[in-house]
Ligand binder design. Sequence first.
Ligand SMILES: [Ca+2]
Ligand SMILES: [Ca+2]
Length: 176
Amino acid sequence: MGHEADQRAALVFTLFDANGNGVLDPDDFKLMTERVLEVAADSPAADRQALADSLDDYWRVLSETLDTNGDGVISPEEFNGFVLNPKLFGATASQFADALAALGDPDGDGLIGRGRFLALMTAIGFRPANSEALFDAFGPDAEDRITVAVWAQGIRDYYSPEKSGIPGDRLLPQPA
Ligand SMILES: [Ca+2]
Ligand SMILES: [Ca+2]
């Protein structure tokens, strides 16, 4: 695993710990679902449900796989970068990628505006400056929109340990 992928995995732990108690627990995934769905109140019900289902699945797969001491939560030690293991989590991450990107496009034209993108990324827990840089790296069109497909692929790349120099690396803390 490259250095960027290590950093991406560490950031995923911080983001998943939505309630900030230092471990991953079911409440984190409920909280993240609520925050994202609040931003996507105007998305079709099926798309909203798909996002809720994808985060439910994410927690189920994570806890079944990584809670090695069986205490019902995942510690940083238990987590330890395994989220980027494509064999364990590739399908789960891919489902989440499609569900999240779809919420960026409530009117179904296949395009996502910057404002909606930033609102969803902030709901997930990313910093606005990093999210802006990511949006720019995706190459928005003249009307400042990206496609649903580009964002979904960007999320998949983020979870692919063999990838480096990807747009998602804009989300990592930048050297001062
Ligand atoms: Ca937590
Ligand atoms: Ca545990």
